[in-house]
Design a protein around this ligand. Structure first.
Ligand SMILES: [Zn+2]
Length: 426
């Protein structure tokens, strides 16, 4: 098993190191014959997988070094002739270059589909052999043949010796695991997550796919869009996505892997962050504290209270009751006992909603308890006789005695509030 995987690995290396030697021509809107309004591809970004092995902010710290309003289109799970050919035609009509992540089984069943992508100048990476959604819990004995199977069958579909697979891999279902990532990194294969999906694998309308794609792109301002060229809803949504990309001034970037003949596009590390720290992020730019040398080591005397404008002669340094507080306390009347009485009909209102039923029941029980000094009593359900207790007195009562168990402190906060709102409705 290990011996055969070494052979596979070596073969894959040859495949991967060959890479695109002819170079993908950068198409621009002006260069799109027969389509003067084409979106076009604004630039080609050459990346070195070994320098930035994990990309896509959905899962990783880094993403492609895109400028504001730059978008990289990616399509997974193909090729499936019925839909992939339509996507391919739309990309061609717009002179857009995208990146495709091929499933080995699809390449095996439809090698012509892979050849079409290569011939059209798109970047072709892989997406495993069978698309298992268990990469996050598979041992290397399982995921290694999955990765290699996808690479082998996709490579086998390509007949043009000048064109090679890109060492780009997207984990099926984005079910990442460190072991898988480390394995791919050790082989110089770049792991592509994404910056935003459009949920086109879910049972949503094509309009929803289009909306999500644009909304999420707008939220981040740039990034890698994850789509699937095997879905009817994606085919239906794609023209609207293209239309909006044009209207909103987005530009398409084509990503290709670096080779010996084609060095990586020069970038700075900070460009691989979706939102690099700006001038307004002071923490990263704080200067070091200068190394002052203190000639004087003499300490100053402790400050006295007089230095703080304190009136030490008459008043201690404690908060005093203000005149206003004193007045309020002396002028407001003592609240009457009927302040918390429940008006006729309130309990019925409370009982009519299930949410307030328990609170209302408590109120009714409290209201009908013998011995409660109250002018009005609520109609409706009445519980067993209790010791004198009102809704108002309940919080205090709840702290004492076994009888208080029926009215928990938490619940007692509600009757007053509910009764008040019931009053307003009445
Ligand atoms: Zn997939």
């Amino acid at each position: 098993m290990i011996g055969s995987s070494v052979v596979v690995r070596t073969r894959s290396w040859i495949v991967l190191l060959g890479l695109l030697t002819a170079g993908a021509p950068a198409a621009y809107a002006a260069d799109c014959p027969g389509h003067p309004d084409a979106l076009g591809t604004s630039r080609t970004l050459v990346v070195d997988p070994r320098e930035h092995p994990l990309i896509g902010t959905m899962q990783y710290r880094e993403t492609l070094p895109l400028k504001d309003h730059e978008v990289v289109l990616t399509f997974d799970d193909g090729p499936l002739p019925k839909y992939s050919n339509q996507i391919l035609k739309m990309l061609d009509d717009e002179c857009i270059k995208a990146t495709f992540f091929i499933i080995g089984q699809q390449a095996k069943a439809n090698p012509e589909g892979v050849r079409k992508l290569i011939a059209a100048g798109h970047t072709v990476g892989t997406h495993s052999m069978d698309h298992p959604l268990t990469f996050d819990r598979m041992p290397i004995e399982k995921f290694e043949p999955e990765i290699n199977g996808g690479i082998q069958w996709t490579s086998a579909a390509m007949t043009d010796p000048s064109k090679q697979l890109a060492p780009f891999f997207r984990i099926p279902g984005l079910m990442r695991a460190e072991s898988v990532e480390n394995y791919l990194i050790s082989r110089g294969i770049q792991v592509w997550s994404a910056d935003f999906p459009a949920d086109d694998w879910r049972h949503v309308s094509s309009d929803r796919v289009y909306q999500l794609a644009i909304q999420r792109l707008e939220a981040k301002g740039k990034g890698i869009l994850l789509l699937h060229d095997i879905q009817a809803r994606t085919v239906a949504a794609f023209p609207k996505i293209i239309r909006d990309l044009k209207a909103r001034g987005y530009r398409i970037v084509h990503v290709v892997p670096a080779t010996a003949e084609r060095p990586a596009t020069p970038t700075t590390p900070v460009e691989w962050l979706l939102h690099p720290p700006t001038e307004t992020t002071p923490i990263a730019r704080w200067p070091r504290v200068p190394g002052f040398v203190f000639a004087q080591t003499q300490t100053l005397p402790a400050p006295s209270l007089a230095d703080l404008n304190a009136q030490t002669a008459h008043q201690p340094l404690l908060p005093r009751r203000t005149r206003a507080q004193t007045d309020i306390a002396s002028t407001l009347p003592v609240p009457g006992r009927d302040l918390f009485a429940i008006p006729e009909g309130s309990v019925e209102v409370l009982l009519s909603t299930s949410l307030s039923r328990r609170a209302a029941t408590r109120l009714a029980m409290a209201a009908e308890t013998p011995g409660t000094a109250r002018g009005k009593t609520a109609k409706g359900k009445a519980g067993k006789p209790h010791a004198g207790r009102t809704a108002h007195a309940a919080p205090a009562a709840a702290k004492h005695g076994a009888q208080a168990k029926n009215i928990a402190p938490k619940g007692t906060a509600h009757p007053t509030r509910v009764a008040t709102s019931a009053k307003k409705r009445a």
